[in-house]
Write a protein that binds this ligand. Structure first.
Ligand code: VG1
Ligand code: CO
Length: 542
């Protein structure tokens, strides 16, 4: 039954910030997906007879790779696979299933916020038994294995019917096709005050959610419409489609602009939310107020006790390095730990497992907590609704009073997408070469206090991650950060993160780009962005 297939290695299967991501035609090359899946299995030990979770965001090629993964898991000796009906599991739901049913690990098929379709992106990520993304030690082992792999094993069997719930046998392994939504909805109901949110909504508070043709549609319909009572149609673009209906499923002011404009219109809803391809990102907008992801983390942390699941308070907060320091001020006030990690959710897992932190966040529209080990879009959206219901204030009122109490961290990220790879690497090398001479130099009124290349030592296991982003810190606490994306699939993407702290409440109403203009100009001068990339402006500003 088990067939051993000779194969030749591919040299480019290095997982990035969040798994292996490539264009579909790359994944569709002979044995490409098989090689990577076998490399995952070859890098793990002790899974014989145990359970694996498999699911994806429903994008183009999802079902094909799920069939391959099921047959390869059977050949590798897993005892059981739990797979979402239709091949669907959002990233946080997969994390929950792994934890709840004590699986050995999971394979999540997604390229997250990247577009889907025959010529767009696909991805494979391995998650460990705590439900979180595999740490670097494992992703590196997978990459090393993929460079020398010579064969893979697969069972010869007909495809599993992914659309029918129930348990089936596949060459001696059990396959259980599960409802992808039920366990997740139950978890959310255990964390948040659904009664209070239901009253808020029945009292006329209008909520809209844009699932962007991606995985959260069925989750949001069940939770927001069925359980919380929002009128039918409150969840838009609610059917997961292989090409996301042509949407770029990235919840930000550029790609979720329709929703934003609707909430801002005179008669628009009171609250708008959106999430990404695999359901781990979120965007929250209220009337007259867009909440930056960095502020969202800080405000959720400061108001955590509003939600029943966090009524005892939080143990600590972690944020990725480029995320603004707004959360740091909350941690200071609460007298709890604050941790600054490299970009990517995999760095939060150890801190959560050790009980050091409860909530985590990234500037890239990612927020979550130790209820799972991934960021969680709907969780953040429900947390906001819970806070609004408890405080009986609007989004704008909550944000403004937070700024008044803690000060405002003006924040923006400028992305230069699909830049020539050599030019982008040259820009980063140019910055590294300047690090030691920058301190003391002035750019307009800004004087550099310190400059470094961020490196992180994990406080739990001592592992070290270097070259995680160039930081230029100015006197007074403003800063710019430069890094190259680890999730793109063509060329390089330069990310420039800009932040200024403003304690003075009379200066909290400035337009963000204006408030950061001098820092943006300094970033260009220091990194020579325009000359090196040949671009006069960023492709995306968030
Ligand atoms: C980006 C974000 C990072 C996030 C990662 C995965 O990575 O910056 O914060 O964790 O995407 O998110 P990069 O390397 O491109 O900057 V998701 O929702 O795409 O899994
Ligand atoms: Co995502």
């Amino acid at each position: 039954m088990i067939r051993t297939v000779p194969t030749a290695p591919y040299k480019d299967q290095k997982p990035g910030t969040s798994g292996l991501r490539k264009k579909v035609p790359v994944f569709a090359q002979e044995n490409y997906a098989e090689n990577f899946i076998q490399s995952i299995f070859d890098s793990l030990e002790g899974f014989q007879g145990k359970m694996l979770v498999i699911g994806g965001d429903g994008r183009y090629y999802n079902r094909e790779v799920i069939q391959k993964a099921l047959k390869m898991a059977a050949a590798a000796g897993f005892g059981k696979v739990m797979v979402g009906q239709g091949g669907i599991l959002s990233t946080p739901a997969a994390s929950n299933i792994i934890r709840k049913y004590k699986a050995f690990g999971g394979i999540v098929l997604s390229a997250s916020h990247n577009p889907g379709g025959p010529n767009e992106d696909f991805g494979i990520k391995y998650n460990i038994g705590n439900g979180g993304p595999a740490p670097e030690k494992i992703t590196e082992a997978i990459f090393e294995r993929s460079k020398i792999i010579g064969e893979y094993r697969i069972v010869d069997a007909p495809d599993v019917d992914l659309d029918m719930l129930g348990s089936f046998e596949l060459a001696g392994m059990t396959v259980e096709v599960i409802d992808p939504v039920a366990d997740y909805a139950e978890l959310m109901e255990s964390l948040f005050d659904f009664g209070a949110i239901r009253s808020l909504i029945s009292g006329g508070f209008r909520v809209v959610m844009d699932s962007m043709g991606a995985v959260t549609g069925p989750y949001a319909k069940e939770i927001i419409e069925t359980r919380l009572g929002a009128p039918a149609g409150s969840v838009r673009n609610a059917t997961p489609l292989p090409d996301f209906g042509g949407h770029h499923p990235d919840p930000n002011l550029v790609h979720a602009k329709e929703l934003y404009d609707d909430v801002m219109s005179t008669d628009g809803p009171d609250f708008g939310a959106a999430s990404d391809g695999d359901g781990d990102r979120n965007m929250v907008v209220g009337k007259d107020m867009f909440v930056t992801p960095s502020d969202s983390l800080a405000i959720i942390a400061a108001n955590a006790r509003c939600a029943p699941g966090y009524a005892k308070g939080i143990a600590g907060i972690a944020r990725s390095m480029p995320t603004s320091a707004a959360a740091d001020r909350v941690a200071e006030k609460l007298g709890i730990g604050i941790y600054e990690t490299p970009t990517g959710w995999k760095y939060f897992g150890n801190l959560m497992d050790a009980g050091k932190v409860t909530v985590c966040g990234e500037e890239s529209f990612g927020t979550g907590s130790d209820h799972v080990r991934e960021k969680d879009g709907l969780w953040a959206i429900l947390f906001w609704l819970n806070i609004i219901a408890a405080r009986k204030e609007s989004v704008a009122e909550i944000v403004r009073s937070h700024w008044a109490e803690y000060g405002r961290n003006y924040y923006s990220r400028h992305d230069y997408e699909e830049v020539d790879t050599d030019a982008a690497n040259g820009l980063m090398e140019g910055l590294r070469a300047k690090l030691s001479i920058l301190p003391g130099q002035s750019f307009g009124d800004l004087k550099v206090a310190a400059a470094d290349d961020f490196s992180y030592t994990d406080p739990i296991d001592g592992s070290v991650s270097t070259k995680q982003g160039i930081r230029i810190l100015f006197e007074g606490g403003s800063r710019v950060v430069f890094r190259l994306s680890g999730t793109g699939t063509s060329g390089a993407t330069l990310r420039v993160y800009v932040e200024r702290y403003e304690p003075d409440a009379s200066r909290h109403g400035i337009e963000t780009q204006a408030a950061l203009a001098d820092l943006i100009a300094a970033a260009d001068e220091i990194a020579e962005i325009k000359t090196r990339t040949g671009r006069s402006a960023p492709t995306v500003i968030t």
